[in-house]
Write a new protein. Structure first.
Lengths: 178, 454
């Protein structure tokens, strides 16, 4: 699926400063894709929602300062979202890796009670996170390998390697694709 | 099905399922509200557990009282004889029947006395606390309540007096009064700088430059660690991203214990020990399946690794795995290496036992609690779980307890001299007992408390 949210804001080497109306268009078109991306990373709707809102808040602040996307707007939003997710994890990790109790705060998440969750759980058991992410960016958001590489701090060749490893792993576990 | 066909099938399935994620998208808030709101607004409501209620404190108090009585009345551990475990690739040590040993329990159980005097250094959303290398200053990182993005770092002196506040998200000491600071622009762009306490100016640096420092204070040999990859920190430089979750550094900082999640093997992985400088594998323990990580600790000489999750001692030199008896199937939430070379391991109920490296239980009278920590001078702290607010501290056989107002989290920061510790306390700290590696944790602490050990 290709998501076109708004025209690229760079003409040649010139960065065009856009206004609130253009950002609003990006916001309207990008809210759900960014949420989907965040949910695929966090697998918790609460977290995904907070990250999505924070992504647009930061994106807007950059936008009005004339630091809008240099390429695909959606990839730019994903980059912001990804950094927020990683930053949150980095700060939470001290706590998150410790088994502090048996209560699972995400147990009431409606996503957890869906069939989709079961499928994603199956995928999570089959593939490490980075491989899942590269597949979602490639096959769902249709981002080119160069954009995925910028997002994941990989070379395009690294993206291809990661994707081919993921495909090879799924080939060994075809039931995930049933 | 050929490769191309299979790829197309995967693409269709991933696309179809990922579209389904949109069903869970909350209604888009008005842009104006999003921008005007200091913190990103939530459209859907989250039910938060009320904290700090009188009832909860009363309940906590009752539990503490009960635990305290249990601690006082707890019989000493049953002394067991040492049994030589048969060397094998993987061994479960079996405790033998009782005979006297040289390392028997001290004749008298230490008297536990209350330790008064702790100091609350700051409250809010506490992320972590970290002492300067010389122990003269302490940094406490707070998540900002207002923006949800920026953080601030409170700098305190050894006695707990606040000296200054620095704006920044990630803080790491680079010396006794110098630090590395990471800030984020609103769009997530990182800015690193180095500063000196008392100086108003900071110098920008690039991550990876020799003047930088590990940005992950809990692991002094790791510069960064996130998203299933880590950067080792060796000789003042980052050693590039490597796959895996860095869990522990050897005391001489030359080895790193890493949990590796293999291709196609989901979120469980295995532990391997690598050289910090090159990343070369020293030893892999593929037979030890790890799906969460509760405690990974190197021995003093770096030759062995205690892994609480599977309650095992892994010998890096020989590859031998000694499984400690009595911890299956849940493993141990924490463990430490004692100064005499034994390990002390806590079980899910907070009962602490000592074992030799051969896996045979060895008598010892230790503070009891689910989470253990030991200072450079051998002061042992045991922290209970849940609503319990009592900490047991053992210093040279002198046992003390301290009652806090808020339950402590199990990762105290020790000063260099091992005589002071800071614990972050909070009530909303629950996460799944077995956290998959890629699942974020939960909730910050509410306050940081400085405890001096006499």
């Amino acid at each position: 699926m290709r998501v076109i949210v708004t025209p690229v804001q760079v003409r040649g080497t010139e960065r065009v400063v856009l206004g609130v109306a253009e950002f609003e268009a990006l916001f309207v078109a990008g809210w759900e894709p960014v949420f989907r991306y965040c949910l695929s990373l966090t697998r918790q709707t609460d977290e995904a929602e907070e990250t999505t809102a924070e992504t647009f808040r930061r994106a807007y602040a950059s936008w009005v300062e004339g630091r809008g996307p240099g390429g695909q707007p959606l990839a730019w939003l994903f980059l912001i979202a990804r950094r927020i997710v990683i930053d949150r994890r980095r700060r939470h990790r001290l706590i998150g890796w410790l088994p502090l109790g048996s209560r699972d705060p995400a147990a009431e998440d409606p996503f957890r009670r869906s069939e989709l969750w079961l499928w994603f759980e199956q995928l999570c058991r089959a593939l490490p996170e980075r491989q899942r992410e590269v597949l979602v960016l490639r096959y769902h958001f249709d981002l080119p390998d160069e954009e995925i590489g910028r997002l994941m701090r990989l070379s395009p060749a690294g993206v291809r390697t990661l994707a081919s490893r993921a495909l090879a792993a799924l080939r060994r576990q075809p039931e995930v694709m049933d | 099905m050929d490769e191309r066909e299979f790829e197309q099938r995967v693409a269709r399935r991933i696309d179809q399922q990922s579209r389904g994620l949109g069903r869970f998208a909350p209604p888009r808030p008005p842009l104006g509200a999003l921008i005007a709101h200091g913190e990103a607004p939530r459209v859907s409501a989250r039910v938060r557990t009320p904290i700090g209620s009188i009832g909860l404190l009363a309940l906590a108090g009752a539990i503490v009282l009960a635990l305290g009585l249990a601690s006082v009345n707890r019989p000493g551990p049953v002394a067991t004889g040492r049994q030589t475990a048969t060397p094998s690739a993987s061994t479960t040590a079996v405790p033998s029947t009782r005979t006297s040993t040289a390392s028997a329990v001290p004749n008298s159980t230490p008297v536990t006395t209350p330790l008064s005097g702790f100091k609350v250094l700051g409250s809010g959303s506490v992320v972590w606390a970290d002492w300067a290398p010389d122990g003269r200053h302490l940094a406490i990182v707070f998540e900002s309540e207002t923006t949800g993005a920026a953080s601030s770092v409170g700098i305190f002196d050894r006695g707990g007096a606040k000296l200054t506040t620095i704006d920044g998200a990630i803080f790491a000491w680079t010396g006794s009064d110098t630090y590395l600071l990471q800030r984020f622009d609103l769009d997530g762009t990182e800015h690193d700088s180095v500063g000196r306490l008392g100086s108003a100016t900071e110098q920008p640096v690039k991550t990876g430059s020799v003047v930088a420092a590990p940005q992950w204070p809990s692991l002094p040999c790791v510069a960064t660690d996130s998203n299933g990859a880590y950067d080792a920190w060796f000789g003042g430089k980052e050693a590039g991203p490597r796959e895996g979750h860095a869990m522990a550094c050897s005391p001489d900082l030359t080895r790193i214990a890493v949990i590796v999640v293999g291709d196609g093997e989901g979120t469980c992985g295995w532990l391997k020990v690598v050289r910090a400088d090159t990343g070369a594998t020293v030893r892999e323990f593929r037979s030890v399946q790890l799906c969460s990580a509760s405690a990974v600790v190197f021995s003093a000489d770096g030759s062995k690794v205690l892994v609480g999750d599977v309650a095992s001692i892994l010998d890096v030199q020989t590859g031998r795995v000694v499984v400690l008896p009595g911890f299956a199937p849940y493993g141990a939430p924490s463990g430490i290496w004692l100064p005499d070379g034994r390990v002390a391991v806590a079980d899910e109920n907070g009962l602490v036992q000592a074992f030799g490296v051969d896996g045979v239980e060895s008598p010892a009278d230790l503070p009891q609690g689910r989470y253990l920590s030991i200072s450079s001078t051998g002061v042992i702290v045991a922290i209970q779980d849940g609503a319990a607010t009592t900490i047991e501290i053992d210093s040279g056989g002198v046992r003390r307890t301290i009652d806090l107002a808020v339950p402590p989290m199990p990762y105290p920061a020790w000063s260099a001299d091992g005589r002071a510790l800071v614990v972050v306390c909070g009530t909303e700290t629950s996460v799944p007992a077995s956290s998959p590696f890629d699942k974020p944790g939960s909730i910050y602490g509410e306050e940081a408390v400085l405890i001096e050990v006499p």
